[in-house]
Design a protein around this ligand. Structure first.
Ligand code: HEC
Length: 175
């Protein structure tokens, strides 16, 4: 797997000394989990909208080829494979022009973090500096485990349902 994962694992082992488990990033730490030219390779999976959560910012979600179908389907029938990447851009304005930063969910090969679906979490500033990184960023996992997971929320393997999508059409039989 990628050397970044090895780095993150080593770092998380260091962090297992009773500290918070958040992998605060020092110089020479991990690099972004998505390419700089991601907009050429990824597709927009959620268009510009207000976020209920992420500090109530405006957001847009981009998915790479491995992530876009699972993210749209949110079902075990279309699993996330290692390498699936979801990048959420956070903006200050409702037109999504002033970028504030990024959050990322990157599916690692097992056994990266089996209890949390092998997601590698990352937060970056608008200049792609990695601010937080690793398999255990408790704040991310806690919220995605409630807001994006039944019964309180809806989603699949800690990814969230599209709240802006129209509700499913009722299929009551006509008489
Ligand atoms: C307080 C709740 C909350 C916290 C904390 C949170 N998220 Fe989210 N996240 C959400 C919700 C809700 C969505 C769905 C889109 C939206 O409304 O923002 C989401 C969407 C995402 C997405 C797009 C994929 C998806 O599931 O829709 C990524 C990537 C993401 N979050 C990463 C992170 C990372 C990394 C962190 C921690 C640094 C984090 N999140 C912290 C609630 C949260």
């Amino acid at each position: 797997m990628r050397s970044l994962s090895a780095w993150a694992l080593a770092w998380s082992a260091i962090a297992c000394d009773g500290s918070s488990g958040v992998n605060d990033v020092a110089d020479g730490g991990p690099t972004p989990l998505f390419p700089e030219n991601f907009q050429d390779e990824f597709t927009v999976a959620r268009d510009c909208r207000h976020s209920h959560e992420h500090d109530l910012r405006y957001i847009k979600v981009w998915a790479n080829d491995l992530a876009k179908e699972p993210y749209a389907t949110l079902s075990a029938d279309v699993p996330y494979l290692p390498g699936a990447t979801l990048v959420k851009l956070e903006y200050d304005d409702e037109d999504c022009t002033t970028l504030l930063g990024y959050t990322v969910m990157y599916r690692e090969a097992p056994p990266y973090s089996p209890g949390t679906f092998n997601w590698h979490w990352q937060r970056l500033d608008a200049e792609r500096q990695v601010l937080e990184d690793g398999p255990q960023i408790p704040r991310c996992i806690a919220c995605h485990s409630t807001h994006c997971t039944p019964p309180r929320g809806a989603g699949f393997e800690l990814t969230c349902v599209d709240d802006a999508a129209p509700p499913p059409v009722a299929t009551t039989p006509r008489d």
